[in-house]
Design a protein around this ligand. Structure first.
Ligand code: NIG
Ligand code: FE
Length: 424
């Protein structure tokens, strides 16, 4: 008999992260744990959540495919809300230069860095990008990621920006993970406009962005707002135009120097401002007031040997903090969710519960999707993780190692460590 859906029962902890919007400040501690919990999914959507006993009273388990999660914690799928996952080539050589003391910006200024990857991405075929992209998504899935954001910005010309975004569209269609697309033509000035950044900004505004919008290729617009990259004024121009064209706004803000990026994000009504290593107190206050999600990327700070963003302070000042990997070929060639947890909890003073909120409901909010993912609530997508261990506390306790045993996407088992990985 065809089953009505999936029932997960007997979870030692069902961590629902319940909520439909970003959690700010103290509310980030509220992860809502149900002991001996059960969750029922029908047609990909969560239908009921509660104690196992209550759920079994109301529903006949014979009607469902059943997973017995006894002795295991169950959580919402992780949302990695900031990555640059489609790119050609690698930059291992530059990594070795950084280890001997060169800075990220020095390498960028002498013609390495982002423009290096731009060259390789322009040369790559869509098929090549798709193939490596699928492998990268498999790795993310193994860490429990069920939705990932990806940015363009390694094309810096219309043709290659479109190529990157279309590859992301294909990845979304051909892989269980959901891929959310962000246009980031203002990631660097391309070599053909070297020294003429204002002219490149004009091209973006007048030519490239309207075509990206018309072809409906991206939901968000992001800018690398940083000294010697795109100024506050240039960023404001680009993002005002982006809003006019219907994009939602993100910013790479205050990463290397304090630059007023967080303040600008609040002024623009951005959905998120990301990095924020050098954010000012005024920037934190502005973000908290405007409800901008502060997305912190500790693996990048770690990889660049920089000090971490003041995550503890941001939460104490009332911000909604999200955590993400920033997976990219330069500043952070790392898609490891376990490393994000390790750094956030052991190095940034973020509590385990806050880190979980940051990777679930707040990650969803950073993608304007808190109404449909990021928690185990009726009506949301059935994106659910089953851990190998009885408590969510094992996530950072098992330092740097994934504790995810099973991943359920839209109510379907798509990853099972015990069966060797991806199951469909
Ligand atoms: O988020 N900061 C700017 N952009 C990326 C790095 C991209 C690269 O180095 O290729 C980041 O860290
Ligand atoms: Fe980034």
């Amino acid at each position: 008999m065809k089953k009505k859906g999936l029932l997960i029962k007997n979870a030692s902890e069902l961590v629902t992260c319940s909520g439909f919007k970003a959690k700010q400040g103290k509310d980030m501690m509220d992860i809502h744990v149900i002991e001996d919990g059960a969750v029922l999914v029908e047609e990909g959507i969560i239908k009921a959540v509660g104690k196992t006993e209550e759920i079994l009273d109301k529903y006949d388990e014979n009607d469902y495919d059943v997973i017995d999660a006894a002795g295991k914690a169950v959580l919402p799928g992780f949302v990695d809300s900031h990555t640059h996952l489609v790119f050609g080539g690698y930059r291992a050589e530059e990594f070795s230069w950084r280890l001997r003391g060169d800075s990220y910006m020095e390498i960028m200024q002498r013609g390495g860095g982002i423009v290096n990857t731009v060259k390789a991405t322009r040369e790559a075929t869509p098929e090549q990008l798709l193939e490596v992209g699928l492998n990268r998504l498999d790795s993310m899935l193994s860490f429990g990621v069920t939705t990932v954001e990806g940015k363009s910005g390694y094309g810096l010309d219309l043709e290659t920006e479109i190529k990157q975004l279309k590859v992301m569209e294909e990845l979304d269609k051909n892989h269980p993970l959901d891929v959310v697309k962000t246009f980031m033509g203002a990631h660097a000035t391309p070599v053909e406009y070297k020294g003429r950044t204002d002219e490149y900004v004009d091209i973006l505004i007048n030519d490239i962005m309207p075509q990206i919008a018309e072809q409906n290729l991206a939901e968000f617009s992001d800018v690398f707002c940083e000294k010697n990259v795109f100024s506050i004024e240039q960023t404001r121009r680009i993002q005002e135009k982006a809003k006019e064209l219907g994009f939602k706004i993100k910013l790479h803000a205050d990463e290397i120097v304090q630059f007023g990026g967080a303040e600008l994000a609040a002024e623009l009504g951005a959905v998120s401002a990301d990095h924020l290593l050098q954010v000012s107190d005024k920037g934190i206050e502005d973000m908290a007031k405007a409800g901008v999600v502060a997305t912190l990327l500790p693996c990048t700070a770690f990889s660049l040997k920089e000090s971490f963003a003041p995550g503890r302070k941001m939460i104490d000042m009332g911000c909604a903090v999200a955590l993400a990997t920033d997976f990219n070929p330069g500043s952070c060639f790392c898609e490891s969710i376990p490393l994000v947890f390790a750094l956030a909890t052991l190095q940034m003073g973020i509590r385990i519960e806050e880190a979980i909120t940051a990777l679930t409901i707040n990650g969803a909010a950073a993608l304007d999707r808190a109404h449909e993912i990021g928690s185990i609530d009726p009506g949301k997508k059935g994106d659910i993780l089953i851990l190998e261990f009885p408590s969510y506390k094992f996530i950072p306790y098992h330092i740097g190692v994934s504790t995810v045993e099973k991943v359920i996407k839209n109510g379907k088992l798509v990853f099972d460590k015990k069966k060797g990985g991806r199951t469909c």
